[in-house]
Design a protein around this ligand. Structure first.
Ligand SMILES: Cc1cc2nc3c(=O)[nH]c(=O)nc-3n(C[C@H](O)[C@H](O)[C@H](O)COP(=O)(O)OP(=O)(O)OC[C@H]3O[C@@H](n4cnc5c(N)ncnc54)[C@H](O)[C@@H]3O)c2cc1C
Length: 369
């Protein structure tokens, strides 16, 4: 007999399991259909001994001290600023676009943030209320930078013209007037010192927590006794797709190990215009691992079909409308909590999903016992 059945051993399921087990002293069963814990943040040592993120690069960053302190109970950190280059016109340029991006790309000699701002002002297109991703970008940096850095990447990533994507998708993309070439400016940045999976092992190691892997909850739900359900899987699957399937983008990864210490010199290079892949990640630059060999991963984006892994909810209005139909069904349920990127059909960064799970625990779970 369990107090809670939790579907999914990613951040959402694991944070809630940890809270319920340690703070409420309740018994929890965590079920995941994959063969491992940690959800999409899962990392492992490949056959060449390099620590690799199985479901694409996960760069941790947050300004939320509460989330950082919470996760720090289960891991030490390798503090590290994530830096990304974009391959444009045969050059490797800082992204987000900054002072150096402009000077190198256009052979300019801008000398101050004021001059950089004046440059943006001279090229940006005045649009009062940007209605889509294209308008959002050109209203910030103009047509040419949009074409070079954003249009091709968006087409590859979403298979959608930026004109057909919500303005919010690119609204968060910063452009800088200084020389700061960090990808994120958050206070806390890095990766767990011994990897994400180790952090999850510590989070879930508690006598009140049992784990069943390689198990779809639908195959066991009638055989297990439990009081409440926490669901972090896809919302449409929970309701047997009765209103139709919510679309997702999937990813294909191509890993390659080279008999050399360094391959590309950077943890991540984006390819907005050349090649079919969107980016190449070289893991050692982020993890700090020392080895005479190095592994890189090329990432290709495609529509999720059949049994393919679901990665990114597609942020379009009609998908959101479909999600709302399922959400209305969730609201009718009692003793069932939905949480996470698949259950909420919403892209969350890791810190956001931890914050959401902690808040659901405080507001909906701890209060109701
Ligand atoms: C390619 C990619 C890169 C990312 N990079 C970053 C990054 O750099 N920085 C950042 O902050 N965030 C990043 N994220 C976001 C991060 O992955 C999410 O915030 C996080 O995974 C959300 O956790 P979750 O628990 O909601 O979902 P998940 O980690 O997906 O966990 C859900 C779990 O539920 C299980 N499940 C589903 N259905 C069933 C079922 N029927 N029965 C049993 N189990 C089931 C799944 O197997 C899965 O393990 C990235 C995401 C992607 C896709």
């Amino acid at each position: 007999m369990f107090d809670y059945l939790i579907v999914g051993a990613g951040y959402s399921g694991s944070v809630l399991a940890e809270r319920i087990a340690t703070q409420l002293n309740k018994k929890v069963l965590v079920v995941d259909r994959r063969s491992h814990i940690a959800g999409n943040a899962y990392d492992y040592y490949n056959e060449d001994g390099i620590l690799v993120h199985k479901y694409g690069p996960h760069w941790f960053h947050t300004n939320d001290k509460n989330v950082f302190d919470y996760l720090s109970r289960f891991t030490e950190w390798r503090f590290h600023y994530h830096r990304v280059k974009s391959y444009v016109d045969g050059m490797l340029l800082p992204i987000p676009i900054n002072h150096d991006t402009l000077n190198t790309l256009y052979g300019l000699k801008l000398t101050s943030p004021k001059e950089v701002q004046a440059y943006y002002d001279s090229v940006k297109v005045s649009i009062a209320n940007p209605k889509n991703s294209e308008e959002m970008v050109i209203s910030q940096v103009g047509e040419d930078l949009y074409q070079k850095f954003f249009k091709g990447y968006t087409l590859k990533q979403w298979d959608l013209n930026p004109k057909d994507l919500a303005a919010s998708v690119t609204a968060r993309i910063p452009t800088r007037t200084n020389r700061d070439d960090r990808y994120f400016t958050d206070t806390y940045q890095g990766v767990p010192k011994h990897g994400y999976t180790e952090m999850f092992v510590k989070m879930l190691s508690h006598p009140n927590i049992s784990i069943m892997l390689q198990t779809d909850y639908k195959n066991i739900i009638n055989d297990i006794k439990f009081n409440k359900l926490i669901y972090t899987g896809p919302i449409d699957s929970f309701f047997d797709y009765k209103f139709g399937k919510l679309p997702y983008r999937s990813l294909r990864f191509e890993h390659e190990t080279f008999n050399q210490e360094n391959y590309q010199g950077y943890q991540q290079i984006n390819y907005p215009n050349d090649y079919d892949f969107t980016r190449i990640v070289e893991w050692k630059h982020a993890t700090g691992q020392k080895s005479p060999v190095t592994t890189i991963t090329r990432e290709y984006s495609l529509l999720a079909e059949g049994d393919m892994e679901k990665y990114y909810p597609i942020p379009k209005e009609d998908n959101h409308e479909l999600y709302k139909k399922y959400k209305a069904e969730v609201d009718k349920l009692e003793n069932v909590f939905f949480c996470g990127r698949l259950a909420d059909y919403k892209y969350y960064n890791m810190d956001q999903v931890v914050a959401r799970a902690l808040s659901i625990f405080e507001k909906n779970i701890a209060n109701t016992i």
